[in-house]
Write a protein that binds this ligand. Structure first.
Ligand code: NAP
Length: 182
């Protein structure tokens, strides 16, 4: 942290960002900084993986630390394209709990709702899932992509917001959702 602070003051880096830091890690890291602060914390955050909401999100909001949400599409499951029998082929996702057939079935009502909400805004389920994260003003999703078309689609999650009724409808479904092994 002291080295990063030195680089910041030398003008070699613009900001200091960290990743997967719990609140205690942020506090410890900040205790070594006296002339600058941590700008962002990159953490796993999507509709189906919300652990950061308990402590990290409120702490970062209070302290002015931006959240960069990794896996914002749940590695692609929230796009809905794996709900029609198609399976991801890579090892990372075949081993991933989210892609278990039981979890694909359990998330089908959520995908239907994302489609419904998306239709009203002329947006895709992926765009709705990304925009949902932006209901917290200090959160920016950083989706991974395989093709330029996905990058273009995901960029369409910027510049608009979900209505409060839509957020409530999604939250009601998420509250009922039971995933295997989480
Ligand atoms: N700091 C950390 O510890 C950490 C850990 C993991 C990842 N990350 C970072 O987080 C970022 C993204 O995370 P992630 O790749 O795990 O998950 P993600 O963004 O939730 O999912 C990305 C995958 O979803 C699919 N996808 C993306 N946009 C789509 C769209 N519009 N429609 C349909 N499918 C779409 C693509 O795979 P398919 O087309 O093959 O389905 C893509 O590879 C990356 O930049 C990565 O470096 C950070």
């Amino acid at each position: 942290m002291k080295a990063l602070e030195g680089l910041h003051w030398a003008g070699k880096i613009r900001h200091i960002g960290v990743s997967n830091f719990a609140v205690r890690d942020l506090k410890e890291a900040r205790s070594y900084l006296s002339r600058t602060d941590i700008a962002s914390n990159q953490v796993q955050y999507n509709m189906l993986q919300r652990n950061v909401e308990t402590e990290v999100l409120p702490f970062c909001r209070r302290e002015g630390i931006a959240i960069l949400a990794w896996s914002p599409l749940g590695k692609g499951i929230l796009s809905g394209k794996y709900h029609n029998g198609k399976r991801p082929k890579d090892r990372v996702r075949t081993d991933e709990d989210l892609f278990k057939p039981a979890n694909i079935r359990a998330t089908a009502p959520l995908i239907r709702e994302l489609r419904r909400i998306g239709r009203a805004h002329r947006k895709t389920p992926a765009q709705v899932a990304l925009t949902w994260l932006r209901r917290h003003r200090h959160v920016s999703p950083i989706p991974g992509v395989k093709r330029p078309g996905q990058a273009e689609e995901n960029a369409g999650a910027a510049g608009w917001f979900l209505g409060s009724g839509e957020v409530r409808r999604i939250d009601a479904i998420l509250r009922r959702l039971r995933l295997d092994t989480f």
